[in-house]
Design a protein around this ligand. Structure first.
Ligand SMILES: Nc1ncnc2c1ncn2[C@@H]1O[C@H](COP(=O)(O)OP(=O)(O)OP(=O)(O)O)[C@@H](O)[C@H]1O
Ligand SMILES: Cc1cn([C@H]2C[C@H](O)[C@@H](COP(=O)(O)O)O2)c(=O)[nH]c1=O
Length: 209
């Protein structure tokens, strides 16, 4: 496909959404055709699935149901938004993708990274990102950041205890090692300007290759 599929990953509060917004503007100013989006969500059907997954009331949700809902929203989002943008030669910046499922459901929920990869292979049908930026931060620090942000609504996953989030972080490190050809780690504990600059440099060097 003609465009570039670039995903942003990391624990809660790492800065993914903030940095993605800044980079969308920076890259657009430089003349690149950029589409920014998120998972779960980005299009109507996937946003509806997001509401079900993240609703604090849905405490009975089974882990396999959760993994399947993320994969279903992913499929629809790819078909409706990501694939058409890539076919049109655009740069797609996506806030979370398959690696979130591998870290949160595969490792965090104990479903197994390989099992979750396998249901996602059906959903993505071969479309993987060419670059994944991993915003690396201690999960406790990330959660403290989002706790200070009054505008952010707390969701069902945020409410999991710290040991779940630490497990997810460990899951990310395993996934980053497994897919090291596309993963680039960035220290997200640095000041925002520095993290953003590093992310922009990595993306531009990837695009120039
Ligand atoms: N490098 C940074 N230093 C300090 N604060 C930051 C930094 N990056 C982001 N923040 C702040 O941390 C909070 C969380 O940022 P953001 O929502 O972008 O994180 P996120 O990774 O998208 O989180 P989530 O995955 O939970 O949605 C925001 O209030 C943001 O302003
Ligand atoms: C794609 C995806 C996401 N999650 C989790 C990670 C977060 O806790 C929420 C999404 O909220 P955000 O504010 O947009 O970061 O969902 C997951 O567990 N599995 C996934 O595949």
């Amino acid at each position: 496909m003609a465009g570039y599929f670039i995903t942003f990953e990391g624990p809660e509060g790492a800065g993914k959404t903030t940095i993605l917004g800044i980079l969308q503007d920076e890259l657009s100013k430089k003349g690149y055709d950029v589409v920014s989006t998120r998972e779960p969500g980005g299009i109507d059907i996937a946003e509806q699935i997001r509401s079900v997954i993240l609703d604090k009331k849905n405490t009975k949700m089974d882990s396999r149901t959760e993994a399947l809902l993320y994969a279903a929203s992913r499929r629809q989002h790819l078909v409706e938004k990501v694939i058409p943008a890539l076919e049109a030669g655009k740069i797609v910046l996506c806030d979370r993708f398959i690696d979130s499922s591998l870290a949160y459901q595969g490792y965090g929920r104990n479903l197994g990274i390989d099992e979750v990869l396998s249901i996602n292979e059906f959903a993505i049908n071969g479309l993987m990102p060419s670059l994944t930026l991993f915003f690396d931060i201690d999960p406790e620090k990330g959660l403290t950041r989002i706790g200070k942000n009054d505008e952010r609504e707390v969701n069902r996953l945020d409410l999991e205890n710290i040991s779940f989030h630490q497990k997810v972080y460990k899951g990310y490190l395993l996934v980053a090692e497994r897919f090291k050809n596309r993963f680039q780690k960035i220290n997200a504990d640095n000041p925002l300007e520095l993290v953003t600059k590093e992310a922009l440099e990595i993306i531009e060097s990837h695009i120039r290759k």
